[in-house]
Design a protein around this ligand. Sequence first.
Ligand SMILES: [Zn+2]
Length: 299
Amino acid sequence: MQARIAPLFNLKLLAALLVLSGSQAALAAAAAAPPPPVVAKELGKGVYFLEGGGGANAAALIGDDGVLVADAKLDEASAESELAAIRKLTPGNIRFLINTHEHPDHIGGNEMFGKMGAVIIAHDEVRSILAAGQRGGPPAPAVALPVLTFGNEGTLTLHLNGETVEIKHMPAAHTTNNSIVHYVEANVYQLGDIFSGDRYPTLAGGTFQGFIDGVDQVLAEANDSAHFIPGNGPVGDHAALVAYRAMLGSVQSAVTQALDSGQSLEAFLASKPTAATDATYGDPARFLTGVYNQLKGAR
Ligand SMILES: [Zn+2]
């Protein structure tokens, strides 16, 4: 995900309320409160879901051959928390780090894991964006850059710990370089920010159609007992991904209908077209605005 406006606003609101109540000590504690430490939960055959610590969800494949990490949290502190969770499970070498895309909440530990000797793997574009510096920031140090990169086509396959790990670029959805990691024997798909079971997705350079095409591609091959690790929020089961795909379909229909009838964006949002799914995915305004503008622009 990109940095979200709403939580910052809520934090400011909380701070204001605390000041008003005169509770300066509580305010300081709230401002200084670190995110919860990273916790590892096994999803099957040495594949662990790494939740918490600040930054996006991550995963690790652990076994006798060493450790593969996929996504690396937000910053040094959260990456250290991720490493600590792994170290509770194994002293093994961190051999590979995959970045599912370039956003800061997925690459915070690139430098740390790179210095530990991990081979960083990502789409070609992730390397070029990090090398140039993203969002006006400085270029990433060389040790934090992907050294094994791939393009839009085909599958990069790793064989480690008895597991077949397939890395595939997906259609441009969240970003143009978003990839997924499929841990074949464990039956786990790490979908990055293409999927989330508890919030609407973010268009951050990709296309709405890419979300539909990407999820369809995954659903076409995944069986009913697969687990799906999203970029943020809890791990989803097959029903959760099917429900997410249905939501995308109903948003597509609603936006198409609005554009066909010449409805303004304001009137469209006011009509609450996603009322049936807002309890699951939260505030739809930013997502609906993005989809409306993108589909309108394509006409
Ligand atoms: Zn992202």
